[in-house]
Design a protein around this ligand. Structure first.
Ligand SMILES: [Zn+2]
Length: 256
């Protein structure tokens, strides 16, 4: 028996053409985590599913399911994030954002925090009130934290002192004090261990703290923003241990 009428709020992370008429949607939902839903006829301009089947569409999706296969039976659009498409750099970053989210999201496991973060990031990209580097860094660090890869940034991962923290080990996910870094790496720190300024460390603490409500709300001077940007990307790639074609494309078009 097919189950009918399961509804959820969902964001289209990926929209794949599967035939002349249909699309396969990868949705991130608060209720079911990551799910794949077939949207029959959605490639037709006349289809009522066309607007809700675009990448970045956010709305209410109702689907039926049978033997693990899900198909749309109703949908309504809340937000299309259409203005992203007017700026190539912001669009490229949005594509990277949803590909990271897709990588982190788990099938059939509710994840409201990751959905809220991804939506907030897309809203920030549309509004343009913060620099693109700022939005990217905050998303990267907050997203890996949602995924359970929060860095330990309150004390040295080797000797536990709280003062003199000078490095972030992007692979180990811990900070190191300058004494430990000198002792552990007498020949010089490896490329995966990055120097970190105290101001940047404070920003990382704020972004990755579970009690921070609006993680985008702080401001950093330009030189610190650049350092944070370098660290956040290196940390995400080291922790997820994979690359993203969307990130390469973002770098190609953004000169960052
Ligand atoms: Zn130490």
């Amino acid at each position: 028996m097919a189950k009918t009428g399961e509804s959820c709020r969902g964001l289209v992370l990926r929209s794949t053409d599967v035939s002349e008429n249909d699309k396969l949607l990868t949705l991130l939902t608060a209720e079911y985590g990551k799910i794949t839903v077939s949207a029959k006829g959605a490639r037709s301009l006349k289809s009522r599913y066309m607007p809700v089947s675009q990448q970045f569409a956010y709305g209410e999706y109702t689907f039926s399911s049978k033997n693990g296969y899900k198909w749309l039976v109703d949908a309504s659009l809340t937000e299309s994030f259409f203005s992203l498409r007017s700026d190539l750099v912001r669009l490229a970053l949005a594509c990277y954002v949803v590909s990271v989210t897709e990588q982190l999201a788990l099938d059939d496991q509710p994840d409201n925090d990751l959905l809220r973060l991804t939506l907030n990031t897309l809203y920030m990209l549309c509004e343009g009130k913060r620099s693109i580097n700022h939005i990217k860094s905050v998303f990267e660090l907050a997203a890996v934290s949602c995924g359970g890869f929060t860095p330990e940034v309150d004390f040295c991962g080797n000797c536990s002192v709280e003062n003199g923290l000078s490095y972030l080990d992007t692979v180990g996910g811990v900070c190191l004090c300058s004494n430990c870094a000198a002792r552990l790496f007498p020949e010089g720190v490896p490329v995966s261990v990055l120097p970190v300024d105290l101001t940047v460390l404070e920003a990382i603490r704020f972004i990755t703290s579970p009690v921070s409500k609006n993680v985008f709300s702080f401001r950093l001077p330009d030189e610190y923003e650049r350092e944070l940007s370098h660290i956040s990307e290196a940390y995400l790639l080291a922790q997820l241990d994979c690359g993203f074609k969307t990130l390469s494309f973002y770098h190609e078009v953004s000169d960052q």
